[in-house]
Design a protein around this ligand. Structure first.
Ligand code: G6P
Length: 499
């Protein structure tokens, strides 16, 4: 996994990605030694070619407290650490990022907590990421900041390095103003984001919500996807002293939707592998060859609507409209953010419900829910997608939901039915899925029955149309589209436009 990255002569890089987590995981061997493996995410797959061509570096956290290490090369990417202490993890990561911003940005499904010490830590850690990016960037470099954990970095970085071209992509929703305005630090976050040249969102609605927040909080003019940011801040409450030399002049920031995707061809290639197809058959057999296998795959998160899905399924079993002899639901629930209270409570609630359904409607031979509280290697996931007749994505709010796209990418056999929440960003693109409102339990039950009994011809027609979208709009097209717009914003006269 070692590739060679040649930094520019000054030890800096032309293309720098900044994200909370690095694209590598630290794994410990039984003998106590540790090494790094590449995490399998789509983002790193999409950016790897750009990194290789452009002396790329990736700045982020190594996933454990106080983990210090020298930068190293991993498959053409220079990996540069930002160190987080236990306190940083508690206040910046688990606190402000995942117990303030995460619930607030997901329609306050869980109540967000507002703590001033969490905010202070968020500011301090964002400054640390900005300092690291400033130190690693060559003159005129392009820097692409990722996600809600780092919303202050664009502004902080622009202050340190006005020569850089800065992009930001928000992987999660951006909430409507009525919700966003609860945030005591709402103005600072908007100002932080506006330090970027291009701000990307998943859905058109997210970009509109952001633009409205900009108009309400800063009074700036927005025109289409462009925000006019005055070069001298004359927004309410800011006093401007001295001569205003460039009164009326502004920089434009692009804020628009760039829906993210997956590396569709690599999923399809795996699905076409005979060994994985064999494994899919084996999974069906291990489950007792039910007529229908339904599948849910989620991080164990309250945004995913797992409880709503279980309620609908449990009622269908109770009413005898589905039987555990005919149907099995495989629910993969990846452990996530396990020290945050709302996640602990969710786990208890889901596992109680799973236990009740299995106890009430199972037989010795047939268990209605096969519940898996752990992740699986990608190969096993692809086999599960191939084995599943119905895929249930019932998120209450989700930036995109890549699981929906992975399922579609794997179904080269043009079979399988996708049930998809209209509150997941993917529903803007995957219009021929069976779209549902997960809050409407009766509607969800009817749709599950429709999916289970859909004739093959209809399944194939729908899947063909879904596949066309996912294959044509894959993650490399997403990154190319974003970087093209970012490049077009590059400052004239700065040395070198690397991309
Ligand atoms: C979401 C976020 C990512 C985050 C991931 C896993 O997809 O958009 O930024 O990395 O969840 O969450 P974690 O807290 O484990 O990084």
């Amino acid at each position: 996994m070692n590739g060679t990255v040649t930094p520019t002569t000054s030890g800096t890089y032309d293309f720098v990605v900044v994200s909370n987590r690095l694209p590598v995981d630290r794994v410990f061997e039984p003998d106590g030694s540790a090494s790094w493996t590449r995490s399998p995410g789509g983002l790193v797959t999409a950016l790897e070619p750009v990194m290789r061509q452009n002396e790329g570096a990736w700045i982020g956290w190594g996933g454990q407290p106080d983990l210090e290490f020298e930068p190293f090369d991993s498959g053409g990417i220079r990996v540069i650490p930002v160190v987080l202490s236990d306190d940083d993890i508690g206040n910046y990561y688990e606190g402000f990022s995942n117990d303030t911003l995460w619930p607030l940005y997901h329609d306050v499904i869980a109540p967000p907590s507002f703590h001033r010490e969490w905010w202070d830590s968020y500011v301090e850690v964002n400054q640390r990421f900005a300092d690291a990016a400033a130190a690693a960037s060559a003159p005129g470099a392009v820097v692409w900041v990722q996600d809600y954990q780092l919303q202050l970095v664009p502004k902080l970085l622009r202050e340190l390095r006005p020569d850089l071209t800065i992009g930001f992509f928000n992987h999660i929703p951006f909430p409507p103003y009525g919700i966003y305005s609860q945030l005591p630090w709402r103005t600072q976050i908007v100002e932080g984001l506006l330090g970027a040249d291009v701000i990307g969102f998943q859905r058109v609605a997210d970009a509109s919500n952001f633009q409205r927040a900009v108009r309400r909080l800063k009074g700036y003019v927005t025109k289409g996807s462009q925000v006019e940011v005055p070069l001298i801040d004359r927004s309410p409450g800011v006093r401007v002293f001295g001569e205003i030399k460039r009164q009326g002049s502004f920089r434009t920031v692009v804020a628009r939707a760039f829906p993210i995707s997956i590396d569709a061809s690599s999923f399809e290639a795996l699905a076409r592998t005979p060994a994985i197809q064999e494994r899919a058959h084996q999974i069906r057999e291990e489950l007792g060859n039910p007529k229908t296998i339904m599948l849910g795959v989620d991080r164990l998160d309250y945004t995913k609507g797992i409880g709503h899905r279980l309620k609908a399924y449990g009622e269908l079993l109770a009413e005898g409209r589905l039987s555990s002899e005919d149907v099995t639901l495989v629910q993969v629930a990846n452990p996530s953010r396990e020290r945050v209270q709302a996640y602990m409570a969710l786990r208890d609630e889901i596992e109680l419900t799973v236990g009740r359904i299995n106890g009430d409607y199972g037989t010795i031979a047939h268990v209605p829910i096969s519940y898996q509280h752990h992740g699986f290697p990608r190969e096993e996931m692809v086999a599960l997608y191939l084995a599943a007749d119905v895929m249930l994505v019932t998120a209450l709010r989700d930036g995109m939901n890549l699981v929906a796209k992975e399922y579609v990418a794997c179904r080269f056999d043009e079979d399988g039915v996708l049930v998809l929440s209209e509150f997941a960003g993917a529903s803007d693109e995957l219009k021929r899925a069976l779209l549902i409102n997960p809050h409407d339990i009766d509607g969800l039950k009817e749709t599950i029955l429709q999916a289970v009994s859909m004739p093959k011809r209809d399944r194939a027609a729908r899947m063909r149309s879904l596949r066309k979208r996912v294959i044509e709009h894959d993650v490399s097209r997403w990154s190319a589209d974003f970087l093209k717009v970012l490049e077009s914003r590059a400052h004239h006269g700065s040395p070198g436009h690397p991309l």
